[in-house]
Ligand binder design. Structure first.
Ligand code: GDP
Ligand code: MN
Length: 376
């Protein structure tokens, strides 16, 4: 689970990493009061769990409290890469002499951690990493030894960072370990003209396996901007809204992802990803189908189930229940195979709804669903 910048900032502060004074709000009027408290001139920063806020216009300096209110009003409600801005952080502005990048990330392949650091941090870090990889140092960190002062000095030296950043590197490692993080990142870590080192932005990804120890963050991943995704989450469905017109439902993430590809290969675009999971029952299928059909973008629905633990007759039962409980106006293409497929197919044949079509193969079913979605 990713934390918001202001939460990362609070963790940094708690572990002794210098950060600017800052406060969070969802109200422009309150932004004005906060700016006044912080000394007038402030940086107003969109709080969304994605990078590139600066380039998207989500990080702006306001000269005084009145401007802070205005800027907050403009940033609140903005869409940044599909994330709606609901809160802003106001921070005391910092004069920047140099911007660095530092972070630790779990390196699963190596069975350890990796320190990543660069003396050329800031908004162009991806560009730097792509065009001049030698400007980004990568130093393995043993989980058992961690980042000692000596290790921190080694990382700073490898990246060409000033020696006084070593203290932050040690403390950032403490954040990773104590807060059960898989990734911690500071970009930019800055040096001011007075020689102070401060973390101006932070990203922390908390290991979901450690939620029992990190319960204070709650379930922020359950916050959805899309109303259909919110409805799906409320029903416990694994659903992602997409841009197309063919509703896709299947069992197992791998099968559903392949189904998206096959639909795209047929010249149509998937409207969603919905995985009813292994061992799905009729109710889950019915809930999923109702949800997908309620999407106004959907022109046809493709149900692709390869029964393993999930039994095809339970899926068919769910489809019949959903169809019986609503006025079906969109065509449904169903491919059932595997566990109890014969019984499942028979159930749908018995119901004989004119808009429900059965096709025995995945390719054939996808082609049919694509045709039904694209021909008026
Ligand atoms: P990101 O674009 O989502 O990574 O957002 P950041 O928090 O990193 O902000 C983007 C950029 O805004 C930083 O790289 C800085 O150059 C700039 N910035 C952020 N805070 C300050 C500040 O207090 N003073 C100045 N001068 N620039 C800032
Ligand atoms: Mn940043």
């Amino acid at each position: 689970m990713d934390l918001y910048e202001h939460q990362a900032r609070d963790l940094f502060a708690a572990h002794g990493i210098p950060v600017p004074r800052a406060e969070v709000t969802g109200s422009p009027e309150e932004a004005r009061d906060i700016a006044r408290r912080l000394g007038g001139r402030v940086v107003v920063k969109a709080q969304v769990r994605t990078g590139g806020r600066g380039k998207a216009g989500g990080v702006r300096i306001a000269a005084d409290p009145v401007a802070a209110e205005l800027v907050a009003r403009q940033i609140l409600g903005m869409d940044i890469k599909g994330h709606t801005v609901r809160t802003v952080m106001l921070a005391q502005p910092v004069d920047i002499e140099a911007e660095f990048y530092v972070g630790y990330v779990l390196d699963r392949a190596a069975g350890g951690f990796l320190a990543i650091a660069s003396a050329e941090g800031g908004m162009e870090i991806e560009e730097v990493a792509a065009t001049r990889p030698e400007a980004v140092a990568r130093v393995p960190v043993s989980p058992a030894e961690g980042v000692t002062s000596a290790k921190a000095a080694e990382i700073a030296k490898a990246a060409g960072l000033p020696p006084q950043t070593a203290d932050v590197l040690v403390r950032l490692w403490e954040v990773l370990v104590r807060e059960d993080a898989l990734l911690v990142e500071v970009n930019p870590l800055v040096r001011t003209p007075q020689g102070r080192i401060l973390a101006l932005d932070g990203k922390v990804t908390v290991d979901d396996n450690a939620r029992f120890r990190q319960a204070r963050w709650g379930d922020q991943d359950a916050e959805h901007d899309d109303p259909l995704e919110a409805a799906a989450a409320a029903k416990g469905l694994h659903y992602v809204k997409l841009d197309g017109e063919v509703g896709v439902i299947g069992n197992g993430a791998g099968l559903v992802m392949s189904t998206l590809d096959v639909v795209a290969g047929c010249g149509a675009r998937p409207a969603d990803f919905l995985d009813i999971g292994g061992g799905a029952n009729a109710r889950v299928m019915a809930d999923g189908l109702s949800l997908v059909l309620s999407d106004p973008d959907v022109k046809s629905v493709l149900v692709n189930v390869f029964g393993g633990i999930t039994a095809c007759d339970a899926v068919a039962d769910g489809i019949v229940r959903a169809v019986d409980s609503m006025h079906l106006t969109k065509p449904l293409v169903v491919r059932l195979d595997g566990n109890n497929a014969a019984r499942g197919r028979a159930l749908l044949e018995e119901r004989a709804h004119p808009l429900v079509h059965q096709v025995p193969t995945m390719d054939g079913a996808a082609r049919r669903a694509a045709e039904l979605a694209t021909t008026p």
